[in-house]
Design a protein around this ligand. Structure first.
Ligand code: PLP
Length: 399
């Protein structure tokens, strides 16, 4: 059976160029970057080259890049690190209702220690209003953390405006850039960002390595203590192969961003236009224009996203739904609920996230399959209005 991968916001394939760059650092160049001998120096040089490449992607200084084990760790370091600076045990944090759990959970954790958290609402298209950010600021606000782009619906936030507001009030501004980096230009200076999290596996690098950009002068505390690596902000022997892979992926992202995103954008636009035409009572989630070039999020009346994703999988198409989270819970997506969708609407959602290797032909195949599987599911759906009330089929009745 053919296989089509449309789940690039979950993870991406490591590019052969990235893999090739990494392999010597497992096999021959295996030194510890803290060692003073030649093996160590070789590892350290490779790590610093990778730091320069990541910095170049963001328009940062290499000294401002802290390598971490993931996007989740980068988010935790930014949030807990700023909140707990100099033993601070109280303060106010501003975030939004549609953040990834890697931001919402550290914020919740801090509440246990006396911090207060404001979770801002979003519009029906998933946008945070910078005016709301400004109005939420209090004299004790210690951090503003708003994601650059949403992982479920792809809405791109006005981070430059939010950063400007934060800067004018002298409050550190962190953005979770895990989904945005490599898909839209991010310039930490122009966008007024103090801290930004990224993750290699979202842009064709390896899993288990990320980075936090920390602007020079930002007051932040380490959350992992030990040998004082990464300027004391992240102790632990550095993952050199992973870091080299991240550096290579960043270099490729910078080199190819324009061409690969314009291709993805064209494919996405074809999907967004065609699905509502081909499938009755189907809708696009998220913002019409302010969205990631690779994200097409849909919802379909009368069916469940899980069933749809499974049917697509049976046809060789890998996509995901907004409803099932990493724990396998069937709670509807907090993002879609925050955008004002009902539980039923949120459950009927499907996320397609394209990658640089997807083709017109694959999109064409999806557009052939989707009307068929949706109508098949609707035939057996107890919610479907396509069947008259009172009719029964396969033991399920419409009441
Ligand atoms: N932030 C966002 C917006 C994400 O989409 C993800 C992963 O899906 C993360 C953070 C966590 O990144 P990682 O998988 O590197 O821990």
């Amino acid at each position: 059976m053919r296989k089509v991968y449309f789940d690039h916001s979950a993870t991406t394939r490591v590019l052969p160029e990235v893999f090739e760059a990494m392999t010597p650092y497992f096999l021959e160049k295996f030194g510890n970057a803290s060692s003073i001998h030649a093996f160590g120096r070789e590892a350290k040089t490779a790590m610093e080259e990778a730091r320069t490449k990541v910095a170049a992607l963001l328009n940062a200084d290499p000294k401002e890049i802290i390598f971490t084990s993931s996007g989740t760790e980068a988010d935790n370091l930014a949030i807990k690190g700023v909140a707990m600076f100099k033993g601070r045990s109280k303060g106010h944090i501003i975030t939004s209702k549609i953040e990834h759990s890697a931001v919402l959970e550290p914020c919740d954790f801090l509440k246990r220690f006396g911090f207060e958290v404001t979770e801002l609402p979003v519009s029906s298209e998933g946008l945070v209003d910078p005016g709301d950010v400004e109005r939420a600021i209090r004299p004790d606000t210690v951090l503003i953390t708003i994601m650059a782009a949403n992982n479920e619906v792809g809405t791109v936030q006005p981070i430059r405006d939010i950063g400007r507001i934060a800067q004018s009030k002298d409050i550190p501004f962190h953005t979770d850039g895990v989904q945005a980096v490599a898909k839209i230009p991010v310039d930490v200076k122009a966008d007024n960002i103090d801290m930004l999290s990224l993750s290699a596996h979202k842009f064709h690098g390896p899993k288990g390595v990320g980075a936090l950009y920390v602007k020079k002068g930002t007051s932040i505390e380490a959350i992992i203590h030990g040998g004082g690596h990464e300027r004391g902000l992240r102790s632990s022997t550095e993952n050199i192969p992973g870091i080299v892979g991240l550096g290579k992926a960043a270099e490729i992202a910078k080199r190819d961003m324009e061409s690969s995103t314009s291709r993805m954008r064209a494919l996405r636009d074809r999907m967004i236009k065609s699905v509502p035409e081909l499938v009755p009572r189907s809708y696009v989630n998220g913002h019409k224009t302010k969205r990631l070039p690779n994200n097409a999020s849909f919802r379909f009346d009368f069916i469940e996203g899980e069933g749809l994703a499974l049917q697509l999988d049976m046809n060789g198409i890998a996509a995901s739904t907004g409803s099932a989270c990493s724990t396998g819970s069937l709670e509807p997506s907090h993002v879609l609920l925050a955008m004002g969708l009902t539980h039923e609407q949120a459950h009927g959602s499907l996320r397609i996230t394209l990658g640089r290797e997807n083709t017109e032909e694959e999109v064409g195949y999806f557009l052939e399959v989707i009307p068929v599987v949706v109508s098949k599911l609707r035939e057996i759906s107890p919610f479907s209005q396509e069947r008259p009330v009172g009719s029964c089929e396969g033991g399920r009745c419409v009441q």
